[in-house]
Design a protein around this ligand. Structure first.
Ligand code: 293
Ligand code: CA
Length: 154
């Protein structure tokens, strides 16, 4: 469903928030991760900006997508590539804001794939409802008020 010629759901917002010049943001994403589109998978996009979870989430939804929520090892690797490129840990869209201890996708569905780091999620200090990705691709639950790399998926 995601091919190189597809147009964004909301071209104006997508260009403002995640576009690069006049380039289609999907094409921009392709330059970073060709395999994603070749496999008909999600497109991941990042401009290297950092924000709290709420602001990062808003940036992605305003652009017609959502925060990166990898559902298999291939998608996790795509997100990790951005993490390494910008040398900043990203926030994932996955969170347990609704029900403590029940990590879910932004649409509320239960996880079908996870890649937790050893001994995570640990809800450290009782305030960790968001998820960051380390630069080894493993996940850690983390306070939502930190600033982390924004990576959106479309
Ligand atoms: C505790 C124990 C550490 C762990 C950390 C993170 C915080 O400090 O081993 O790395 O929590 O889980 O999110
Ligand atoms: Ca943690």
């Amino acid at each position: 469903s995601h091919d190189a010629t597809a147009q964004p759901c909301n071209p104006d917002l997508a260009e403002m928030v995640y576009g690069v010049g006049k380039m289609d943001y999907r094409q921009t994403a392709l330059t970073f991760y060709k395999e994603a589109t070749a496999a008909g998978d999600k497109i991941f996009v990042s401009k290297g900006e950092q924000a709290t979870y709420n602001d990062a989430k808003l940036a992605c939804t305003n652009a017609g997508g959502q925060l990166a929520s990898p559902q298999n090892a291939e998608e996790n690797k795509a997100v990790l590539d951005f993490c390494k490129m910008y040398k900043v840990f990203p926030y994932l869209g996955i969170n347990d804001l609704l029900i403590e201890g029940s990590f879910r996708y932004p649409n509320g569905e239960m996880l079908s794939y996870s890649n937790w780091s050893d001994k995570e999620p640990n809800n450290d200090q009782g305030v960790e409802d968001c998820v960051e990705m380390y630069d080894n691709g493993k996940w850690n639950d983390k306070n939502c008020n930190e600033k982390r790399l924004i990576i959106c998926e479309f």
